[in-house]
Design a protein around this ligand. Sequence first.
Ligand SMILES: Cc1cc2nc3c(=O)[nH]c(=O)nc-3n(C[C@H](O)[C@H](O)[C@H](O)COP(=O)(O)OP(=O)(O)OC[C@H]3O[C@@H](n4cnc5c(N)ncnc54)[C@H](O)[C@@H]3O)c2cc1C
Length: 415
Amino acid sequence: MHAIVAGAGLSGLVAAARLAEAGHEVTVFEERPEAGGRVRSTHEDGFTFDRGYQVLFTGYPAVQRELDLDALDIGRFVPGATLARPNHRSTLADPLRAPSTLVDTVLNRDVTLRDKLNTFRLQRELASRSFESLLDRDGKEIESYLDARGFSREYVKRFVAPFYGGITLDRSLSTAANVFEYTYKALSEGAIGLPAEGIGAIPAQLADRARAAGATIECERGVTALDSDDDGVTVEAGGETLTADAAVVATDPQTAEALTGVSTPDGAKSCVTQHFALPERRDLRTGRRIVLNSADDRPNTVSPTSDAQPAYAPDGQQLFVANFVGQQARSDAELAAEVRGAMGDWFPETTFDELELRHTDRVAFAQFPQPPGYRADLPVPTAPEGNVVLAGDYTRWCSIQGSMESGKIAADAVA
Ligand SMILES: Cc1cc2nc3c(=O)[nH]c(=O)nc-3n(C[C@H](O)[C@H](O)[C@H](O)COP(=O)(O)OP(=O)(O)OC[C@H]3O[C@@H](n4cnc5c(N)ncnc54)[C@H](O)[C@@H]3O)c2cc1C
């Protein structure tokens, strides 16, 4: 069988690798100059800049199944977070996995004892459930879900809003609670990390795997039309017409809808990410934990990125990544001034005059909105007519996990 895959994001690459490994002929068409889709990195003067603030949750089942994590040489953040507001920082750790932080966490006055107990209870409850069963639970928004479980308003405001607001790109926490439960379970069971070569090493590894199994990946050849009949599929790509037995449409949701006529989710969650360098490394005592802005969203988070993954900065230098949720009207320089101001407020014992803005990403489409009930509106992979199957996070949920899983499901359906 010959299968064409449109789109070389994580979903298309997993589909291509699996189909090629099953012995099928596979051709991938990607409209951009390189594979990776939304997961990309650039390298400049010894720094690595991921496109938008991205991290890998090693606990995701598809990540463990599809990737060689050892080869990615993951640098890990320490579980938990540093909660910051002007002239105040506190550590919220996972004492089960980092026992040395037990004292910090118990003494943390940003979080009540009831919140700590609720956290343990939630962790235990989610550990006893399968990932898949969590996705099928749908109902509340994250905020009302936590409210119903007895978490305090302060805990939600100081920890959950910046942390999960950063993951869902929605600090109002109106995303479906199943996204919270899934990521919470993955965080409890794995690490948050970054590959030594940047987040783009993930699709690069998948592309190598697909090629090693015999797939061809043709970049700068977008698919412009797709037709299917009893004999197979006809695809127009890069001005050429080709035929194949089957096709996987693994593009962004809007393009997939245009190519197949199947309705896909509308809307976009955006972010602006700024990458900053310090010429000499300073120990801010974040303990390799992400710094959450527990007062407001300017910026939402600052990540001590090169502390967790030293390969992201040249020796002796340091890289911080600040993330703003949503599109921002302010200029790069204005946003950078806000980041310097916030860091100065959080770490008054040091100055950030030397914090140099190296790179800004304005990502208009990072995720599709996932309000309660969103799963009922997602397209099923086999919805297109004929031998055409959909892949992409928009068929599952928006994450590295959702996109990789969708690639496997599409490959199984085609095979
Ligand atoms: C800034 C940002 C931060 C994120 N952070 C995280 C995170 O920390 N953790 C996490 O788990 N997830 C994160 N995500 C989500 C995750 O990256 C996505 O869910 C995932 O990469 C989507 O993969 P995909 O294959 O479904 O789609 P895409 O990556 O969108 O791939 C679609 C591909 O199709 C190509 N294409 C489009 N049209 C055509 C055409 N006509 N012909 C051929 N090719 C075409 C595109 O160029 C692209 O390569 C983040 C996303 C962004 C953008």
